[in-house]
Design a protein around this ligand. Structure first.
Ligand SMILES: *[C@@H]1O[C@H](CO)[C@@H](O)[C@H](O)[C@H]1NC(C)=O
Ligand SMILES: *[C@@H]1O[C@H](CO)[C@@H](O)[C@H](O)[C@H]1NC(C)=O
Ligand SMILES: *[C@@H]1O[C@H](CO)[C@@H](O)[C@H](O)[C@H]1NC(C)=O
Length: 257
């Protein structure tokens, strides 16, 4: 009798450990799918009523508690067209989002940029045109976990948005867009962990701000092929671990040292 009970308990516990991602996560992903005009065949596995942990491009955490969590949405080079749904920013355990090399257009939603869980966000090589403004809570000292942000090779044509709250950002790649205006002077106050800053092939104007010298972790700075002028500030060479010669474009950059 007790053996039977034990077997029953084991069966029940193993049954509950094969749990799925939550209904909320299912809905978030289906909202993203609904925003695509071309899904590259995703709909074949992304079906309502099935466990989203088994969907193409989705990885879930091993089940710690009752529910597994979606940790990765990896959909690079899937011929996706359409827009990025803000719902992706509401996946509570999402760590990595890679939508690079698709034809996504419209805006990069602030809900995704300011997600409380994403550490790697790569939307490079798409046709995104604007970054929707970050939501107000960010200005109140919230520290976002984002470490890698790759928005390069899109059609962003605004000024570089405020990256307040990105205290853990290590790599920012924004090359090959149409960003204009000045390079923000207070980069390092906002982004104390910044090690790689890539802004080449844009339309930045003005000079390279001396404030970048306060980025003590900065080791790669690429600002070539913009409309920058002036000298390379001495302060830059104070950056503690700055061990790579900045890649300036000789044609568009002059200095007098
Ligand atoms: C995103 O996926 C592409 C294609 O697999 C890969 O080359 C790239 O390194 C990934 N991005 C990140 C940040 O890992
Ligand atoms: C985007 O930039 C990140 C950080 O530099 C890099 O790891 C990733 O491979 C890049 N993505 C692609 C598609 O090249
Ligand atoms: C670097 O930061 C210090 C302290 O916040 C500030 O006083 C200084 O002006 C900054 N340097 C530059 C070049 O902006």
């Amino acid at each position: 009798m007790s053996i039977l009970c034990l077997v029953l308990v084991l069966m029940l516990s193993s049954a509950s450990s094969t749990s799925c991602c939550t209904e909320r996560e299912n809905n978030c992903l289906l909202q993203f799918l609904a925003g695509l005009s071309q899904d590259g065949g995703l709909a074949a596995s992304w079906r309502l009523g099935t466990d989203c942990c088994s969907w193409e491009g989705i990885t879930c955490s091993s089940m710690v508690s009752k529910d597994a969590m979606v940790t990765d949405v990896l959909l690079a080079s899937k011929r996706l067209e359409g827009s990025i749904s803000p719902a992706l920013g509401r996946l509570p355990g999402l760590l990595r989002l890679n939508l690079s090399h698709n034809s996504l257009s419209g805006g990069l939603p602030s809900e995704v940029m300011s997600s409380g869980s994403i550490i790697i966000l790569d939307v490079s090589f798409n046709s995104l045109g604007r970054i929707l403004p970050l939501s107000p809570p960010l200005t109140t000292g919230l520290k976002l976990p984002l470490q890698v942000l790759n928005i390069s090779s899109n059609k962003f044509s605004t000024e570089l948005p405020s990256l307040d709250g990105m205290a853990h950002l290590i790599t920012l790649s924004a090359s090959n867009n149409r960003f204009s205006g000045h390079i923000p002077t207070n980069f390092c106050t906002n982004l104390p962990s910044l090690a790689v800053l890539e802004l080449s092939y844009n339309q930045f104007s003005g000079s390279i701000p001396p404030g970048l010298g306060n980025c003590s972790r900065l080791r790669v700075l690429k600002v070539g092929h913009n409309n920058l002028c002036g000298t390379i500030p001495d302060e830059l060479f104070n950056a503690e671990y700055f061990n790579r010669v900045p890649l300036f474009s000789k044609r568009q950059f002059t200095w007098n040292t």
